[in-house]
Design a protein around this ligand. Sequence first.
Ligand code: HEM
Length: 128
Amino acid sequence: NQPGTIFEAIGGHDTISQLVDAFYKRVHVHPALQPIFPDDLTETARKQKQFLTQFFGGPPLYIEEHGHPMLRRRHLPFPITPERKDAWLACMEAALDEVNIPEPYRSAMFDRLTLTAQHMMNTPEDQK
Ligand code: HEM
């Protein structure tokens, strides 16, 4: 484990795993998100654990298995409107609270995720 990273500071693999499970539990029942996600989120959650591990400074698990993330490109098949961006972030914010990520990590994580989520929008609200 890399000292001095958010990944390390919040508790490593266990915490990322709990966070992602708390997140997809909400995505699964969110009316704006449920239609674009698969019914079975097992594989989605597995990839997200790999991705967020490396995103917050842990080992590069996602890139090792899937190559360069190219996140915006991987999201192009899904109509991501401003409403869906806000819904994704609301699920993530509630998940950060559920697993009790302490400050200053909670805000640092949410700020970085917000920037990335903004980059993922690809569809205006009225074209979904
Ligand atoms: C995959 C939606 C933002 C990381 C996906 C999938 C959907 C989705 C529908 C495909 C799930 C599947 O078929 O398994 C959204 C929406 C977002 C959003 C609505 C709102 C802005 C983000 C952000 C990140 C992220 C901010 C990273 C910080 C990923 C990853 C995958 C993924 C790593 C798996 C890619 C793969 O197949 O390898 N997302 N996403 N997403 N998303 Fe997002």
